[in-house]
Design a protein around this ligand. Sequence first.
Ligand code: SF4
Length: 312
Amino acid sequence: MTKQFVWGTEKRYNDYSTYIKRTFGERVQKISVNAGFTCPNRDGSKGVGGCAFCNNSTFNPAYCDTAFTIEVQIEKGISFFQPKYQAQNYLAYFQAYSNTYGDTKDLINKYEQALANPKVIGLILGTRPDCISDDLLAYLKNLQKKYYVAIELGAESTNEETLKVINRGHSHEETIDACHRINELDIPIGLHMILGLPGESRSQILHHASEVSKLPISFLKLHQLQIVKGSLFANQYIKDANYFSLYTADEFVELVIDFIELLDPRIVVERFISQAPADLLIAPAWGIKNFEFVAKVEKRLKVRDTWQGKAL
Ligand code: SF4
């Protein structure tokens, strides 16, 4: 007989597509939107060079181009996904840069352009922990009466030293504070973490799982460190590649499994890796797609007879 885990499925981790079906009763597709925002780590208010790993072009799908209005980006996204998945409903995913950074009225105006499409049933706002005003949170709380609303915070590391090394421009303390402020309003929080940042030992990486488990977050996205063209790390990599300890895909599978063994079972795992476009990626060039990586993780979880939270 197959075992059911505490999250109610036979999967060995608390997976995101089950969370979506549980929340909406059906498949709901995210559509990425580029609203033309910037971020305080690029416009000079915190810094100008950006986070050392970042080239924002790596997370912008082709249909999502600021040459198009938000309404058109949504329509293009729906036309792209509808034939593939027959999804009926969509979430507008404000992904590029910091999507809660700016004048509150201007932010609201952009969100409402996305919500004007009747097939859009909610918003997911990607942002930094130091860019969330109380005014905006009050608006989002009210918006929740009619729409699904979630906030994705880039934490990247829980180690203060690492956050300085990557020129992140905010502290882990600020991540903790943002999580509590958002959670007080019952708005679901997703967290982004990069595993394998320079200077972090394996035990420090695994310690993030314990720190993340203490936060009132609903879901987690893990990423391998990727060196992408146009980033500060790209220059550093050309000068001294040995400064980085990049993982092979198989090594990263084992790391991810060790990590989720230490992760609270209530946290939904949304992603294990990210995939920078091939023309921007310098290293590591794994040449595998997200679904292939997920299959490897699932196979190894079975072979190792382990699951999320087993080591707690
Ligand atoms: S990762 Fe986000 S916060 Fe950092 S530079 Fe890029 S857009 Fe700005």
